[in-house]
Ligand binder design. Sequence first.
Ligand code: ADP
Length: 275
Amino acid sequence: MRDAIIQVEHLTHIYKAAPVEKRALDDVSLEIMRGDCVALIGFNGSGKSTLVQHFNGLLRPSSGSVRVDGVDVGDRHTNLRALRQRVGMLFQFPESQLFGQTVYADVAFGPQRMKLGRHEIRARVKGALQSVGLPHEEYGHRSPFALSGGQRRRVALAGVLAMSPRILILDEPTVGLDGEGRAEFYSYLQKVRIEQGVTIVLVSHDMSEVASMANWLYVLHHGRLVMQGAPRQVFARSEQLRDWDLAVPPLHELLAHLRRQGIALPVEISTVDEA
Ligand code: ADP
């Protein structure tokens, strides 16, 4: 039976340090099922980042509750270190945080901090590099700075995967990459999801990205959850999405665009009649 790995109930978040209190999330309830790839979409300032920062305890609820993999994030006694090892986060332009002299050193940084044994660290680094299509034998000794933009981003992804997260949170993961880099990034991400059963939460306002990855969408507007559904249900309501400042091309155009870029489509959305 499929279970919810993230449960959000009546979550409100108010930023109190701001000059004026800011209610960034207002009574949001949602569930994310284990193994799904869910996308959060919404215009700038709609509350997407605020929401995902609750998933590894960077923020705590002002009211309501957030449970992640059985852990109550709002509980002051919760061990957030343990939670953060299970929830990997990749922020925008993650390659800017690469600093190791070699690809291997960069990917090993997380597992080393987890104080794992040498053999375990080595196995994890090799596995993670393999998952993102940069085999250790070929890339491990190279400098991350000598790689292409798309490859560097995949090194950053490998660094998160080497921690063996159960949940992967990606904030605009392909922004700034060219078409080829994006297509590769998506295909490795899909592979990781399928082979390792990782749950993925994608924050994006790129509709092609969302259509190529997610099997369920949540739409936020001014801190409220205003719509949810499978991508084709949500995209079919483009008029309504425009009311929330989301420009969504007609579904058949979106699909044609993805095909032109050589991006494999998830079964759920590719069954849509393109006529
Ligand atoms: P999104 O990720 O959808 O762009 P955010 O979650 O970043 O939205 O922001 C939601 C709202 O909260 C915005 O109005 C933003 O200005 C405000 N906000 C975000 N972070 C802070 C903060 N640290 N202090 C005060 N207000 C903030």
